[in-house]
Design a protein. Structure first.
Length: 333
């Protein structure tokens, strides 16, 4: 009997021999190197453009603020062509923020509700039809929304304004003096309609990605459809809803023509949202840029710089919110 022990065969090496390792990793292929260079260059190019925009706005804004005899942040006046030169952004900042907050307060709950109805309640054919209509709303130009707002929305808001004044006028915030409903509240309603498709479409796609097994497990345990949505769908899609809301807020902050056609701006802050008054950065730039002097244009660019900073802060805050909630964000950075 042969008692000679045989060594077991050596396990195959996990590293391919020769030049196969770098080839498999894809680090030396020309196509991968080109794609990496293009991707990196695109990212750097975007940062360069942002830096160039910021530098241009800062330079022109510094020229205007240097001539301003009033406080740029607290003055309730816009007279960059006068003597002395006096202008400020207090009214514009108030109008921009208030109208955007009103739009978000109206649009986000409605958009999330529509998205949930399309993905979890409506029959497939009905849901597809509603989604198609929502997509069409996203393609409507701003000027069309502005015309509709000025010719249809404004004349039909008397009833709503009267109801708000009757039941909530005691607050002072919703008191109506009977004037034309061309106020920040009307602007907020119009902006809510404009940003509704963006928030709805993004939220709908996020809700569709919710793990089906989680929903089926909840149903098997006896949960109702709303409990499934509350425990499985909404936590999963929360980061997507935040991102969708920030996209909508970005459009609301920078909307120009629709706001200019609906709002009756006055450089004054009214205690009531139903009275004419206020203005927005974008609307003020659009309405006064053509007739402005050189100093006036620099002043408008200075207000544009403030809007640029506000937009960056909003997007950065949204990114921080998502990053701090990694359990539902699905991303590590």
């Amino acid at each position: 009997m042969d008692t000679t022990t045989q060594k077991p065969p050596a396990p195959p090496s996990s590293q391919p021999a020769g030049d196969e390792a770098p080839a498999r990793r894809g680090t030396t292929r020309p196509g991968d190197r080109i794609f990496l260079a293009l991707s990196r260059g695109s990212g750097i190019f975007v940062l360069v453009i942002m830096a160039a925009i910021a530098a241009f706005l800062t330079y022109r804004a510094s020229m205007a603020i240097g001539k301003d005899e009033a406080n740029f942040f607290t003055t309730f006046e816009w007279n960059p062509s006068g003597d002395p030169v006096e202008f400020g952004i207090a009214v514009l900042a108030f109008g921009t923020i208030v109208s955007s907050v009103i739009a978000m307060a109206i649009a986000v709950p409605v958009a999330v509700g529509i998205a949930l109805f399309i993905t979890h309640y409506a029959p497939r054919r009905l849901g597809g039809t509603i989604a198609y209509v929502i997509d069409l709303l996203a393609a409507v130009p701003s000027i069309v929304y502005g015309l509709w707002g000025a010719l249809v929305l404004v004349p039909h808001l008397d009833g709503l304004y009267g109801w708000l004044d009757t039941y909530l006028g005691w607050t002072g915030v919703l008191e109506w003096n009977g004037g034309a409903p061309r106020s920040l509240f009307t602007v907020g309603i119009l902006l809510a309609i404009m940003i509704l498709p963006i928030i709805t479409n993004v939220s709908r796609e996020v809700f569709r990605q919710a793990p089906r097994m989680h929903e089926e497990a909840a149903l098997a345990l006896g949960a109702t459809r709303w409990e499934v949505i509350r425990m499985s769908v909404l936590p999963f899609g929360r980061s997507g809803v935040i991102s969708a809301s920030m996209l909508g807020l970005g459009r609301a902050l920078g909307e120009t023509m629709a706001v200019a056609m609906v709002l009756s701006p006055t450089f004054d802050i009214s205690a009531s949202l139903l009275d004419p008054g206020g203005g927005t950065f974008a609307q003020n730039i659009a309405s006064k840029f053509n007739e402005a002097t050189e100093t006036g244009r620099d002043a408008l660019i200075a207000s544009g710089l403030v809007l640029f900073v506000i937009t960056l802060l909003v997007n950065g805050a949204a990114r921080l919110i998502i990053a701090r909630r990694k359990e539902y964000s699905g991303a590590n950075a």
